[in-house]
Design a protein around this ligand. Structure first.
Ligand SMILES: NC(=O)c1ccc[n+]([C@@H]2O[C@H](COP(=O)([O-])OP(=O)(O)OC[C@H]3O[C@@H](n4cnc5c(N)ncnc54)[C@H](OP(=O)(O)O)[C@@H]3O)[C@@H](O)[C@H]2O)c1
Length: 209
Protein backbone atom coordinates (compact mmCIF):
# COMPACT_ATOMS: atom_id res chain seq x y z
CA UNK A 1 0.00 0.00 0.00
CA UNK A 2 0.95 3.65 -0.38
CA UNK A 3 0.60 5.16 3.08
CA UNK A 4 1.09 8.69 4.41
CA UNK A 5 2.02 9.09 8.08
CA UNK A 6 1.42 12.50 9.67
CA UNK A 7 3.79 12.85 12.60
CA UNK A 8 7.42 11.83 13.03
CA UNK A 9 7.30 11.23 16.78
CA UNK A 10 7.25 7.99 18.77
CA UNK A 11 4.27 6.43 17.02
CA UNK A 12 5.14 7.77 13.58
CA UNK A 13 8.54 6.15 13.88
CA UNK A 14 7.15 2.79 15.07
CA UNK A 15 4.63 2.72 12.27
CA UNK A 16 7.22 3.68 9.66
CA UNK A 17 9.54 0.94 10.91
CA UNK A 18 6.93 -1.82 10.77
CA UNK A 19 5.20 -0.72 7.58
CA UNK A 20 8.52 -0.29 5.81
CA UNK A 21 9.59 -3.81 6.85
CA UNK A 22 6.31 -5.14 5.42
CA UNK A 23 7.13 -3.56 2.04
CA UNK A 24 4.69 -0.66 2.05
CA UNK A 25 5.60 2.66 0.44
CA UNK A 26 5.58 5.35 3.11
CA UNK A 27 5.46 9.12 2.92
CA UNK A 28 6.01 10.85 6.26
CA UNK A 29 5.35 14.46 7.14
CA UNK A 30 5.73 16.57 10.29
CA UNK A 31 5.56 20.23 11.20
CA UNK A 32 9.33 20.15 11.41
CA UNK A 33 10.30 18.62 8.06
CA UNK A 34 13.83 17.87 9.33
CA UNK A 35 12.35 15.40 11.83
CA UNK A 36 10.50 13.65 9.01
CA UNK A 37 13.73 13.56 6.96
CA UNK A 38 15.69 11.99 9.83
CA UNK A 39 13.00 9.34 10.22
CA UNK A 40 12.97 8.64 6.49
CA UNK A 41 16.74 8.05 6.54
CA UNK A 42 16.27 5.24 9.08
CA UNK A 43 14.14 2.89 6.98
CA UNK A 44 13.83 1.78 3.34
CA UNK A 45 10.69 2.70 1.36
CA UNK A 46 10.16 5.82 3.51
CA UNK A 47 10.34 9.34 2.10
CA UNK A 48 9.80 12.68 3.83
CA UNK A 49 7.53 15.33 2.34
CA UNK A 50 6.04 18.68 3.24
CA UNK A 51 2.35 18.45 4.09
CA UNK A 52 1.11 19.85 0.79
CA UNK A 53 2.86 17.08 -1.18
CA UNK A 54 2.73 14.26 1.40
CA UNK A 55 -0.48 12.63 0.15
CA UNK A 56 0.87 11.68 -3.28
CA UNK A 57 -0.53 8.29 -4.34
CA UNK A 58 -1.52 7.26 -0.82
CA UNK A 59 -4.92 5.66 -0.26
CA UNK A 60 -4.28 5.43 3.48
CA UNK A 61 -3.33 8.21 5.92
CA UNK A 62 -2.23 7.49 9.48
CA UNK A 63 -2.74 10.34 11.90
CA UNK A 64 0.14 10.15 14.42
CA UNK A 65 -0.11 13.60 16.01
CA UNK A 66 -1.58 14.59 19.35
CA UNK A 67 -5.36 14.92 19.30
CA UNK A 68 -5.22 18.72 19.60
CA UNK A 69 -3.27 18.87 16.32
CA UNK A 70 -5.35 16.25 14.51
CA UNK A 71 -7.75 18.30 12.42
CA UNK A 72 -5.29 21.00 11.24
CA UNK A 73 -2.74 18.27 10.48
CA UNK A 74 -5.23 16.34 8.33
CA UNK A 75 -6.45 19.49 6.58
CA UNK A 76 -2.86 20.43 5.72
CA UNK A 77 -2.69 17.39 3.41
CA UNK A 78 -5.50 18.64 1.15
CA UNK A 79 -8.60 16.78 -0.01
CA UNK A 80 -9.02 13.50 1.88
CA UNK A 81 -12.28 12.45 0.23
CA UNK A 82 -12.31 8.66 -0.10
CA UNK A 83 -9.06 8.21 1.79
CA UNK A 84 -8.85 5.72 4.64
CA UNK A 85 -7.70 7.67 7.71
CA UNK A 86 -6.41 5.74 10.71
CA UNK A 87 -6.81 7.79 13.87
CA UNK A 88 -4.42 6.50 16.55
CA UNK A 89 -4.89 9.38 19.00
CA UNK A 90 -5.83 9.30 22.65
CA UNK A 91 -7.40 12.64 23.66
CA UNK A 92 -5.33 13.10 26.80
CA UNK A 93 -5.14 15.76 29.50
CA UNK A 94 -1.81 17.54 29.96
CA UNK A 95 -0.68 15.06 32.64
CA UNK A 96 -1.75 12.09 30.41
CA UNK A 97 -3.78 10.68 33.29
CA UNK A 98 -7.30 11.38 31.98
CA UNK A 99 -9.25 11.84 28.75
CA UNK A 100 -10.48 15.26 27.67
CA UNK A 101 -13.58 13.92 25.87
CA UNK A 102 -15.67 10.77 26.03
CA UNK A 103 -19.00 9.08 26.87
CA UNK A 104 -21.10 10.90 24.27
CA UNK A 105 -18.36 11.35 21.66
CA UNK A 106 -14.74 10.37 20.96
CA UNK A 107 -11.67 11.80 19.28
CA UNK A 108 -12.36 9.60 16.27
CA UNK A 109 -15.94 10.82 15.87
CA UNK A 110 -14.92 14.46 16.27
CA UNK A 111 -12.25 14.02 13.60
CA UNK A 112 -14.72 12.24 11.29
CA UNK A 113 -17.17 15.14 11.67
CA UNK A 114 -14.44 17.68 10.87
CA UNK A 115 -13.16 15.78 7.78
CA UNK A 116 -16.45 14.49 6.33
CA UNK A 117 -15.18 12.86 3.12
CA UNK A 118 -12.57 10.71 4.83
CA UNK A 119 -13.18 7.07 5.81
CA UNK A 120 -12.23 7.10 9.49
CA UNK A 121 -10.88 4.12 11.39
CA UNK A 122 -9.88 4.14 15.05
CA UNK A 123 -6.83 1.90 15.46
CA UNK A 124 -3.52 1.44 17.30
CA UNK A 125 -4.48 3.74 20.21
CA UNK A 126 -4.04 0.88 22.72
CA UNK A 127 -0.54 -0.02 21.48
CA UNK A 128 2.40 1.71 23.16
CA UNK A 129 5.07 3.07 20.81
CA UNK A 130 7.60 0.68 22.34
CA UNK A 131 5.38 -2.33 21.64
CA UNK A 132 4.72 -1.07 18.12
CA UNK A 133 8.43 -0.66 17.38
CA UNK A 134 9.48 -3.96 19.01
CA UNK A 135 6.43 -6.02 17.94
CA UNK A 136 4.47 -7.76 16.67
CA UNK A 137 4.69 -10.20 19.61
CA UNK A 138 4.79 -9.72 23.36
CA UNK A 139 5.38 -12.65 25.72
CA UNK A 140 5.12 -14.94 22.67
CA UNK A 141 1.62 -13.70 21.79
CA UNK A 142 0.62 -11.55 18.82
CA UNK A 143 -0.31 -8.08 20.07
CA UNK A 144 -3.97 -7.21 19.31
CA UNK A 145 -4.77 -4.02 17.43
CA UNK A 146 -8.42 -3.06 17.93
CA UNK A 147 -10.00 -1.17 15.07
CA UNK A 148 -13.41 0.48 14.71
CA UNK A 149 -15.01 2.05 11.65
CA UNK A 150 -18.37 2.79 10.04
CA UNK A 151 -16.91 1.91 6.64
CA UNK A 152 -16.66 -1.78 5.74
CA UNK A 153 -14.03 -0.96 3.12
CA UNK A 154 -11.93 1.14 5.47
CA UNK A 155 -12.16 -1.52 8.17
CA UNK A 156 -10.96 -4.18 5.71
CA UNK A 157 -8.07 -1.94 4.67
CA UNK A 158 -7.08 -1.38 8.30
CA UNK A 159 -7.31 -5.11 8.96
CA UNK A 160 -5.03 -5.90 6.00
CA UNK A 161 -2.54 -3.25 7.09
CA UNK A 162 -2.45 -4.57 10.67
CA UNK A 163 -2.07 -8.17 9.44
CA UNK A 164 0.71 -7.17 7.08
CA UNK A 165 2.89 -6.06 10.00
CA UNK A 166 2.17 -9.20 12.00
CA UNK A 167 -0.10 -7.75 14.68
CA UNK A 168 -3.51 -9.30 15.41
CA UNK A 169 -6.41 -7.20 14.08
CA UNK A 170 -9.58 -7.27 16.20
CA UNK A 171 -12.75 -5.75 14.74
CA UNK A 172 -14.19 -3.56 17.50
CA UNK A 173 -17.30 -2.52 15.59
CA UNK A 174 -18.54 0.92 14.50
CA UNK A 175 -16.60 4.15 14.88
CA UNK A 176 -18.60 5.16 17.94
CA UNK A 177 -16.90 2.29 19.77
CA UNK A 178 -13.89 4.58 19.84
CA UNK A 179 -15.75 5.76 22.98
CA UNK A 180 -14.61 2.44 24.48
CA UNK A 181 -11.23 2.16 22.78
CA UNK A 182 -10.02 5.57 23.92
CA UNK A 183 -10.66 4.84 27.63
CA UNK A 184 -8.92 1.48 27.06
CA UNK A 185 -5.95 3.46 25.77
CA UNK A 186 -6.21 5.58 28.93
CA UNK A 187 -6.20 2.49 31.16
CA UNK A 188 -3.16 1.20 29.27
CA UNK A 189 -1.39 4.48 30.02
CA UNK A 190 -2.36 4.20 33.69
CA UNK A 191 -0.90 0.68 33.86
CA UNK A 192 2.23 1.76 31.99
CA UNK A 193 2.98 5.00 33.83
CA UNK A 194 0.61 5.39 36.82
CA UNK A 195 1.02 1.83 38.10
CA UNK A 196 4.60 1.72 36.74
CA UNK A 197 4.37 -1.52 34.79
CA UNK A 198 6.27 0.20 31.98
CA UNK A 199 5.45 0.54 28.30
CA UNK A 200 6.21 -3.05 27.28
CA UNK A 201 2.58 -4.04 27.91
CA UNK A 202 -0.59 -4.24 25.81
CA UNK A 203 -4.28 -4.95 26.44
CA UNK A 204 -5.61 -8.26 25.10
CA UNK A 205 -9.00 -9.99 25.34
CA UNK A 206 -9.15 -13.55 26.66
CA UNK A 207 -11.15 -15.72 24.26
CA UNK A 208 -10.52 -13.53 21.20
CA UNK A 209 -7.69 -14.65 18.85
N1 LIG B 1 3.37 7.19 22.40
C1 LIG B 1 2.58 6.13 22.57
O1 LIG B 1 2.98 5.12 23.16
C2 LIG B 1 1.17 6.17 22.01
C3 LIG B 1 0.41 4.99 22.04
C4 LIG B 1 -0.86 4.97 21.46
C5 LIG B 1 -1.37 6.13 20.89
N2 LIG B 1 -0.61 7.28 20.92
C6 LIG B 1 -1.17 8.49 20.30
O2 LIG B 1 -0.44 8.68 19.11
C7 LIG B 1 -0.31 10.08 18.84
C8 LIG B 1 1.16 10.43 18.64
O3 LIG B 1 1.86 10.11 19.83
P1 LIG B 1 3.44 10.24 19.89
O4 LIG B 1 3.87 9.69 21.19
O5 LIG B 1 4.04 9.72 18.63
O6 LIG B 1 3.61 11.85 19.91
P2 LIG B 1 4.90 12.70 19.56
O7 LIG B 1 6.13 11.90 19.79
O8 LIG B 1 4.74 13.99 20.32
O9 LIG B 1 4.78 12.99 18.00
C9 LIG B 1 3.76 13.81 17.47
C10 LIG B 1 4.17 14.21 16.08
O10 LIG B 1 3.09 14.95 15.50
C11 LIG B 1 3.64 15.99 14.71
N3 LIG B 1 2.66 17.02 14.42
C12 LIG B 1 1.95 17.78 15.28
N4 LIG B 1 1.15 18.63 14.60
C13 LIG B 1 1.37 18.39 13.30
C14 LIG B 1 0.86 18.96 12.10
N5 LIG B 1 -0.05 19.93 12.13
N6 LIG B 1 1.32 18.48 10.92
C15 LIG B 1 2.22 17.49 10.89
N7 LIG B 1 2.76 16.92 12.00
C16 LIG B 1 2.33 17.38 13.18
C17 LIG B 1 4.78 16.47 15.54
O11 LIG B 1 5.66 17.19 14.71
P3 LIG B 1 6.66 18.29 15.32
O12 LIG B 1 7.55 17.55 16.25
O13 LIG B 1 7.33 18.80 14.12
O14 LIG B 1 5.79 19.28 16.02
C18 LIG B 1 5.39 15.13 16.01
O15 LIG B 1 6.25 14.62 15.02
C19 LIG B 1 -0.94 10.82 20.03
O16 LIG B 1 -2.25 11.21 19.70
C20 LIG B 1 -0.99 9.76 21.13
O17 LIG B 1 -2.08 9.94 22.02
C21 LIG B 1 0.64 7.32 21.45
Amino acid sequence: MNITIIGAGNMGRGLAKQLSKAGHQISVTARDLDKAKLLAEEFPNVTAAAAASALGASSVVILATGYADAVPALRSLGDLTGKVVLDITNPLSADYMSLTIGHSTSAAEEIAAAIPGALLVKAFNTVFAQVLADGPALDGKQVPVYYASDSEQAGQTARALIESIGFAPVNAGPLKNARYLEPLGGLNIYFGYGAQHGTGIAPAWIGIN
